[in-house]
Design a protein around this ligand. Structure first.
Ligand code: NDP
Length: 270
């Protein structure tokens, strides 16, 4: 019998997840069908229950439902608890298991696919929303020299500093305070690129051989253009993170790890 999976969000039509998971299934000879579910903004739980009662085995959850998924799960992984957001649900017996695979997706993309070691590096994380929150602990687990969080609304960055500072060297600052500082890895976890906007970054931010990483994918963003002009050595968008978080989801559901590099290359060309 074909097992049913889907990605649920609003909007959802643009999602690349059905393509990625169908490639994973083909590669690993798994019999599954992966579709999209457009849930009404006030109808997430009903949509999940409907899918589950129809025999659905698992869901990926995207904007704007990651917090509701976190609240719905009856059992949470440690990384979902620390992220306070869930992008994966697995239905088994009477349990709704919630996990967050975004952070491990980012770390794998940077350290394995891009071959850029995180250990000992000075990292700047821009943004303090759900995506930033989900990647802090996985980044700190890689033992960077320091992790600095900058956000337009400073209070949100300070709240993250307070939550995670026991796990590593973590500081929250304003964009103005960036002047005169340098970083080896600068990660844009804001949604500014979706608005074609650039946060107020000063010149001289990138150290020699620095990596500039934008979680948004599919276009050369204002942030990556800025990084190129500023001499950042390596530029990457979030397509590798997307495929890696999908691979981790696939592994949790099917207990088999798919190959990601071929699919990342395919998506980069499309
Ligand atoms: P949220 O809405 O939770 O947070 C948005 C963040 O962006 C906030 O920190 C906000 O600051 C900041 N922000 C928005 N506009 C600007 C701006 N013009 N200048 C400076 N800061 C700005 O979004 P998420 O955290 O869920 O997602 C962030 C991005 O990450 C999205 O673009 C999403 O597409 C991408 N993403 C990519 C993934 C991948 O697999 N590649 C996975 C997950 C997310 P403030 O707090 O001041 O409002």
């Amino acid at each position: 019998m074909t097992d049913l999976y889907a990605v649920i969000g609003n909007p959802i039509a643009h999602s690349k997840s059905p393509f990625i998971h169908s490639q994973f299934a083909r590669q690993t000879n798994q019999s599954l069908h992966y579709s999209t579910i457009l849930a009404p903004l006030d109808g997430f739980v009903d949509a999940v229950n409907h899918f589950k009662s129809g025999g659905g085995k698992g869901l990926n959850v995207t904007v704007p439902f990651k917090l509701e998924a976190y609240q719905l799960a009856s059992q949470l992984s440690q990384r979902a608890q620390s992220a306070q957001a869930v992008n994966l649900l697995k239905f088994e017996n009477n349990t709704i298991f919630g996990d967050n695979t975004d952070g491990v997706g980012l770390v794998r993309d940077i350290s394995i696919n891009l071959g850029f070691p995180i250990k000992g590096k000075r990292i700047l994380l821009m943004g303090a929303g759900g995506a930033a929150r989900g990647v802090i602990l996985p980044l700190l687990n890689e033992k960077p020299l320091s992790l600095t969080i900058v956000n337009r609304t400073l209070e949100k960055a300070i709240a993250l500093e307070q939550t995670f500072s026991s796990h590593g060297e973590l500081t929250a600052i304003t964009y103005k305070e960036l002047t005169g500082r340098q970083f080896d890895i600068v990660i844009n976890a804001t949604s500014s690129s979706l608005q074609d906007a650039l946060p107020p970054l000063p010149a001289g931010l990138f150290a020699t051989d620095a990596l500039a990483y934008d979680m948004v994918y599919g276009k050369k963003t204002p942030f990556l253009n800025f990084a190129e002009q500023e001499g950042a050595q390596y530029l990457a968008d979030g397509i590798g993170m997307l495929v890696e978080q999908a691979a981790e989801s696939f592994f949790i559901w099917r207990n088999i790890r798919p190959q990601t590099s071929v699919i990342i290359d395919q998506l980069k060309k499309s």
